[in-house]
Design a protein around this ligand. Structure first.
Ligand SMILES: NC(=O)c1ccc[n+]([C@@H]2O[C@H](COP(=O)([O-])OP(=O)(O)OC[C@H]3O[C@@H](n4cnc5c(N)ncnc54)[C@H](OP(=O)(O)O)[C@@H]3O)[C@@H](O)[C@H]2O)c1
Length: 394
């Protein structure tokens, strides 16, 4: 369902209105961090579609205001009074980069405002809805609209839409996604380091799109050495996108190799974070950001502590692209939340193939990780599979 398949004036059900808001909200992907993706639909008292809106870019209008501005300003007060507003996240209560949405909507006197997810951000949590209710608007979470039969699904979709923001504010940690290109037998490379290319062109182009959703891309030292990757976003949808990179390198060995690397060919040194062990002596000729994090006797980082350091550097999300060692460290500490898997119809086989789940540290069925809310799509010959990771007991 997309807003383009509906025309203003057409009757839409409450469920359709929320679905339209979710679809519209996706249009800000890659442009709104550290804000959430949010969509909004406004209908009149007869449930005729007036407008849909989205938060399209950081600093731009919030979804509710974007939708309001699409309604003829002379008529909108009359049309919205008694109408209904469907929004994927609770309207904001505070004045930030833009005015408070709750305070903008309240005087327009809509009959109801339905929001799918309560905003966990302390300046908003429950306060946006309270402002509206004080003004006599029936402002309620979608969970309380019993008449909307598919509300559970709509809430789940709205949670997914804003998952980075919601996770970050609920846990105070950056959201972590994993991206893996794998053969059907679960291999991501040969131990020799050879890994190009497992998947086809369409899958590789799709990765570029996914990269834009996260503040930074993370890799381990071996991947840097084996692949000399750029890890930038090369997609027509994001012509000027500049992302950050994190490299896990306990002894800081790559610091002297970075000068002629592709990482620094496409971005400035301040966008590269190298995570090293606390206390290690190093030289940093390229001037990248070196962050020290605690490690155990074997040199393994405490990933939770490393994430806390990255949070103080302003990162709300990272996507870990490998290799197996680095991916495993995040899974072992249960910090990876989403999987982006590109599965190729090939078998690498052999004893020297590197399986991407080797370092997950699980040897029993009771520890298996479940994939929730899977979405699958064929990209050329490859299968793209994305899902949330659910750890046992959580
Ligand atoms: N198919 C794909 O999607 C894909 C994606 C990326 C990479 N790859 C391939 O994967 C291979 C590399 O994988 P890999 O598993 O050997 O290595 P890796 O994960 O890229 O790097 C591992 C190294 O990074 C450091 N490191 C990473 N996480 C750490 C942690 N939590 N604590 C301490 N140190 C950490 C360590 O450096 P030290 O050795 O200095 O201790 C470790 O040996 C390459 O061949 C690459 O081409 C494939």
């Amino acid at each position: 369902m997309s807003a383009e398949s509906f025309v203003p004036g057409q009757i839409v059900s409450p469920s359709q209105a929320m679905r339209l808001a979710i679809e519209e909200g996706r249009k800000g992907a890659g442009y709104v961090s550290p804000n959430p993706l949010v969509g909004c639909t406004i209908v009149d008292r007869e449930h005729r579609l007036l407008a849909v809106g989205a938060h399209r870019r950081i600093g731009f209008d919030h979804a509710e205001i974007d939708a309001l501005k699409k309604i003829d300003s002379e008529k909108h007060a009359a049309q919205i009074a008694g109408g209904h507003i469907y929004v994927t996240l609770e309207p904001c209560a505070h004045q930030g980069r833009t005015p408070s949405c709750a305070r903008t909507l309240a005087p327009l006197k809509p009959a109801s405002v339905t929001y799918a997810v309560e905003d966990p951000f302390p300046l908003v949590a429950g306060k946006g809805a309270a402002i509206l209710r004080e003004a006599g608007v029936d402002a309620r979470p979608l969970s309380e609209r019993a008449e909307i039969e598919d509300r559970e699904e709509l809430i789940a979709l709205s949670e997914e839409l804003a998952e980075i923001f919601l996770y970050f504010h609920r846990s105070q940690e950056p959201f972590v996604a994993l991206k893996l290109a794998s053969s059907l037998d679960g291999k991501m490379a040969f131990v020799s380091g050879e890994s190009k290319w497992i998947t086809g062109e369409k899958a590789r182009e799709h990765v570029q799109l996914i990269r834009a959703r996260y503040d930074a891309i993370a890799i381990g030292r071996n991947t840097f050495v084996a692949d000399n990757p750029s890890l930038n976003v090369r997609h027509p949808a994001y012509p000027e996108f500049k992302n950050k990179v994190v490299v896990f390198d306990p002894d800081g060995q790559i610091l002297t190799m970075l000068a002629n690397s592709n990482l620094l060919r496409v971005r400035d040194p301040h966008s590269v974070f190298v995570i090293v062990r606390e206390g290690v002596a190093l030289t940093n000729p390229s001037g990248v950001r070196v962050i020290s994090a605690p490690a155990d006797e074997s040199g393994e980082f405490n990933v939770t502590a490393a994430l806390a350091r990255l949070r103080t550097e302003g990162l709300t999300s990272i996507m870990v692209e490998g290799g197996a060692h680095t991916v495993g460290a995040f899974v072992r500490e249960r910090k990876a939340q989403r999987l982006h898997l590109y599965l190729a119809p090939s078998l690498l086989g052999g004893k020297h193939g590197l399986a991407w789940s080797t370092h997950f540290g699980n040897d029993q069925m009771s520890g298996k990780i479940q994939l929730d809310r899977s979405h699958r799509e064929l990209l050329g010959e490859d299968l793209y599979w994305t899902a949330r990771l659910r750890y046992q007991g959580s």
